[in-house]
Design a protein around this ligand. Structure first.
Ligand SMILES: [Ca+2]
Ligand SMILES: [Ca+2]
Length: 165
């Protein structure tokens, strides 16, 4: 007879273990970026990509807690209802946004990465095929794409899907 704890273990990682693993990964990424200044230019390309991953992650974490549609006006507007970045409170507010210099999770400009920019695209995608873009607010699935540009050239991009619950 297995104890409750043993049965729980067989289900894979616990939430706490998952959170700890994510924190370790986050700290590792931060450490890679922090150490980049010490590296020579020969390592530049690799460091640029590490920075790009870091800058993508900032946008992902910044938007992770936001609702898919505006909490007040719902689906009446696709795009920002608010005048400035500080007021953005839903995902589609970020559609078309370009941050140069890039911003961190707290929406603070990262002057140290002045050559980089984050370009964000938010689109609704089909429930049947997440690669198919559909008209604004016409599905419950939203794809967020972040492209990282260095001196105007795309060096990395990443996209993920959010679901409107
Ligand atoms: Ca909004
Ligand atoms: Ca909006």
């Amino acid at each position: 007879m297995k104890t409750r704890k043993q049965m729980h273990r067989t289900g894979g990682f616990t939430l706490i273990e998952g959170i700890i693993a994510m924190m370790i990964i986050g700290l590792t990424i931060a450490a890679i970026v922090a150490s980049s200044a010490a590296f020579s230019r020969a390592n530049g390309a690799g460091i640029d990509l590490s920075t790009a991953e870091f800058l993508i992650e900032e946008v992902r974490e910044l938007t992770a807690s936001l609702p898919v549609i505006d909490p007040e006006s719902g689906t009446s507007t696709f795009g920002p209802e608010e005048g400035t970045l500080a007021g953005y409170d839903d995902l589609d507010d970020f559609d078309g946004a370009v941050f140069s210099p890039p911003i961190d999770i707290n929406r603070t400009a990262l002057a140290d990465f002045a050559g980089f920019s984050q370009q964000v695209t938010v689109e609704n995608v089909s429930i049947n095929d997440l690669t198919v873009v559909v008209s604004d607010h016409s599905s419950n699935f939203v794809r967020i794409q972040v492209e990282i540009l260095l001196n105007g050239k795309v060096i990395s991009s990443c996209s993920w899907i959010r679901v409107r619950l």
